[in-house]
Design a protein around this ligand. Structure first.
Ligand code: HEM
Length: 450
């Protein structure tokens, strides 16, 4: 049976409707259709699924029938054949090589760097004029960038023009990729449109930087406890080590995938906490009981952060309400069947964590911020794939444990030092670019705790 079709306009289909407000459109579709709906975006047929079991089917059970959708092509221009954008045997080989770098013990090692960088960043925050509000969206972008640079390259970003340029380049990419995904007209990549020129310049800046970091390592032979070291020396019996190009692609991918997602999520989580003093008070009680009061010069151990279940629940609930990866897409490599509905070869299936995370069937009163939803007894009640901020199946986010630990550390250290309140009463809405950004800066008033 064919899936129900959401009516659209001639030629552009549903492109204008989705470009205006994708989340509102998804919400309307969820109300109006049961299980699945077919829409047309930028000339392509896409099937939006509403049930966790159908997300599981696409991402896990029948994952071999689904490849990267054309949406990834634009990312490929920048990320190359890195883990996020590659497919098939090449992806499998790269994932095998990279996986050990994200082993729990390695993450704990990288966690020590996260603690040092977070503590240094908080010291700097404390020296700011605290009577003016802090733009958390920007501040978290700075610290997650520092953390990803240190854990990836052991490089200090402060004062580095090249690395500041990297952040701007990624920002350009985010906007360009988004415009290009929603635009019904696809200009060839080699045409010198202003968009293509900006894109190429951003890529060139980033490449220059990453290749020089790799070359320095190769020249000096220095070893470091960082991700670049683990990737450089990872070896496969059949294919040996990664080439420079592969290393470049994986580094840019980890950098891109690893910093904005975490920053955006931290901004949302602190936004929620500032509006829920009861949750903030419970969080603070756990942090105080585990870490004790702030003592200059001493840094808590990773074990301490892992012993704070409520802090983790707060992070998980923030990721539920505002999942940075708000939609994932896959292209059907062969015809498939989702329940009774036919998915033709070459069409795209969309899975939206944002929608699934707000389905009242699995999340009572879904818009309420309630970290107790992640108590083990409540988690038990929910079907798999009702919660998927990190995706699922073999393409599950490789950095999920990295990200969760980083957010726990940042949150606990912030709460240990500061009390925070919203700087204004304006509602902030999610703005779905490639990640789910806030539509205006999230500003908070920080007050140093006695
Ligand atoms: C809150 C933070 C993060 C969120 C919400 C997030 C979310 C996701 C999601 C949903 C996917 C799957 C995409 C798909 O299947 O289409 C993914 C993949 C990926 N993520 Fe993350 N991520 C986060 C942090 C990180 C970090 C910190 C890193 C690295 C340090 C990272 C590296 C990657 C990579 C390399 C992939 C591709 C994996 C593969 O296909 O083999 N992510 N991420």
């Amino acid at each position: 049976m064919d899936a129900p079709i959401h009516p659209g306009l001639p030629f552009v289909g549903n492109t204008l409707e989705i470009a205006r407000d994708p989340l509102a459109m998804f919400g309307r579709l969820f109300q109006r259709y049961d299980r699945i709906v077919k829409i047309n975006i930028g000339g392509r047929n896409q099937y939006l699924v509403f049930r966790p079991e159908d997300a599981k089917h696409v991402l896990q059970e029948n994952h071999r029938n689904y490849g990267r959708s054309p949406a990834f092509l634009i990312l490929k221009r920048f990320l190359g054949e890195g883990l996020l954008t590659s497919d098939g045997d090449f992806w499998r080989q790269q994932r095998r090589l990279a996986q050990p770098a994200f082993h729990r013990q390695k993450i704990a090692l990288l966690g020590e760097t996260m603690v040092q960088e977070s503590a240094a960043w908080i010291d700097e925050l404390a020296q700011h004029d605290l009577t003016t509000p802090v733009n958390t969206s920007q501040a978290f972008m700075d610290v997650t960038m520092r953390i990803v640079c240190k854990t990836l390259f052991s490089t200090d970003v402060t004062g580095s023009d090249a690395l500041d340029g990297l952040s701007n380049a990624l920002d350009t990419l985010n906007r360009l990729a988004n415009d290009s995904l929603l635009s019904p007209i696809k200009w060839p990549q080699h045409w010198p449109t202003p968009r293509n020129i900006r894109f190429r310049q951003a890529r060139e800046r980033v490449d220059k930087l990453i290749y020089s970091l790799i070359a320095d390592r190769q020249r000096t032979g220095e070893r470091h406890d960082d991700l670049l070291d683990m990737l450089m020396y990872a070896e496969d019996e059949e294919n040996g080590r990664m080439s420079e190009q592969q290393l470049r692609d994986e580094c840019v991918t980890l950098f891109t995938a690893g910093h904005e997602t975490t920053a955006v999520s931290m901004a949302w989580t602190t936004y929620l906490l500032a509006r829920h003093p009861d949750v903030l008070a419970r969080l603070r009680a756990e942090v105080d009981a585990t870490l004790g009061p702030y003592a200059p010069g001493t840094l808590p151990s990773i074990a301490a952060f892992r012993a704070m279940p409520y802090t983790l629940q707060v992070v998980q609930e923030g990721l539920r309400l505002y999942p940075p990866a708000w939609a994932m897409s896959r292209m059907a490599l062969g015809e498939d069947q989702i329940g009774p509905f036919r998915i033709p070869k070459g069409d795209t299936v969309l899975v939206s964590p944002y929608l699934l995370h707000r389905d009242p069937a699995h999340w009572p009163d879904p818009d309420r911020f309630d970290p107790d939803r992640f108590l083990p007894e409540q988690e038990k009640e929910r079907p798999a794939y009702a919660y998927l901020p990190f995706g699922g199946g073999p393409r599950l986010c490789i950095g999920n444990q990295f990200a969760l630990l980083e957010m726990q550390i940042l949150l606990a250290l912030l709460v240990q030092r500061f009390d925070f309140q919203p700087a204004n009463t304006r509602l902030v809405r999610p703005k779905p670019l490639i990640t789910l950004r806030p539509n205006r800066p999230i500003e908070l008033h920080l007050t140093a705790r006695p």
